[in-house]
Ligand binder design. Structure first.
Ligand SMILES: Cc1cc2nc3c(=O)[nH]c(=O)nc-3n(C[C@H](O)[C@H](O)[C@H](O)COP(=O)(O)OP(=O)(O)OC[C@H]3O[C@@H](n4cnc5c(N)ncnc54)[C@H](O)[C@@H]3O)c2cc1C
Ligand code: FES
Length: 255
């Protein structure tokens, strides 16, 4: 993990709501794994606290994140221009590939809203020959990102794109029609959605790994501000930023 000032290479508007920001980093290109995040100090003066973002993709030495403008930090980030620099700390956290083994056959990548962010990078690094089904859900079509995904199945709450309903409704429908052998769910999105997916996974006997979100400050295990209560294992609490962000869902008490 390293802190560095990196130059912004480009911006791309992926949907009316979602921007992709690409910067150059040889360090992250050489070290980052799918599911890891970076902690960005968006400005020298304000806001002081870094903001965490999943690594969306890496091509050569170009690293990208996606975001929608929701508050101070993302507003500052959206005003940056090509050639400006940002202060990036990373890569942080664990990664999805450490949970890819022979104990399952079919992976389901499940992204909710901006929680789709880690899946293009995971798609590009996922072992060839292992089967993947990709699902993306969102409130409406402007919140659906498909870039970098392989044949994503889309669900929107308002029916403006793809299946009309939640992404979990779509998964249930598909798996009822065409069951898959030994599935493992990899999910990232709003906590309510991840909780519902985790419960369904348990019901059908699938393993489920979720990339958890919470308010973070340091992002590297120093401030103790991102505790999550465990449901199993030797420790009562773990740190989302350092021990996660990815946890087996039956091992944690999802808030
Ligand atoms: C590990 C991790 C990875 C993340 N990856 C991404 C990503 O790839 N793309 C992305 O857009 N966002 C991602 N996020 C969320 C992102 O960090 C926040 O959206 C960002 O910090 C908001 O900063 P801000 O200054 O714009 O908003 P603030 O001014 O800090 O907050 C504005 C409002 O949004 C609410 N808010 C802040 N953070 C969140 C949140 N995480 N969820 C829901 N509401 C929130 C606040 O409570 C407040 O009401 C990630 C978060 C974590 C922990
Ligand atoms: S954010 Fe500081 S310990 Fe996790």
């Amino acid at each position: 993990m390293k802190q560095e000032l990196v130059p912004i290479h480009s911006f791309q508007q992926l949907t009316p709501e979602i921007l992709e920001l690409t910067f150059i980093s040889d360090h992250l290109a050489a070290t980052a794994q799918p599911g890891q995040f970076i902690n960005i100090r968006v400005d020298n003066s304000f806001p002081l606290l870094r903001r965490p973002f999943s690594i969306f993709n890496i091509e050569g030495n170009k690293v990208s994140i996606i975001f929608n403008v929701i508050g101070t930090g993302t507003k500052v980030l959206a005003r940056k221009r090509t050639g400006d620099t940002i202060d990036v700390l990373g890569p942080c956290g664990n990664h999805f590939l450490s949970f890819v083994d022979d104990s399952f056959d079919t992976a389901l990548f499940i992204g909710g809203g901006i929680g789709v962010a880690p899946f293009p990078f995971l798609t590009s690094r996922y072992p060839a020959g292992k089967k993947v089904l990709t699902y993306v859900g969102g409130r409406q079509k402007d919140l659906i990102v498909q870039k970098g995904l392989r044949d994503p199945r889309i669900a929107t709450d308002d029916g403006s794109l793809g299946f009309s309903g939640t992404v979990l409704d779509l998964i249930k429908r598909d798996l009822a029609a065409s069951p898959v052998s030994r599935p493992r769910f990899f999910v990232c999105g709003p906590t309510r959605m991840m909780k519902a997916v985790a419960e369904y996974a348990k019901e059908i006997g699938a393993s489920c790994y979720a990339s958890l979100e919470c308010d973070m400050a340091c992002g590297i295990g120093l401030c103790q501000g991102c505790n999550i209560e465990m449901a199993a294992g030797d420790k009562k609490y773990r740190l989302v930023c350092k021990d996660g962000t990815i946890f087996e869902t039956q091992s944690v008490k999802l808030p």
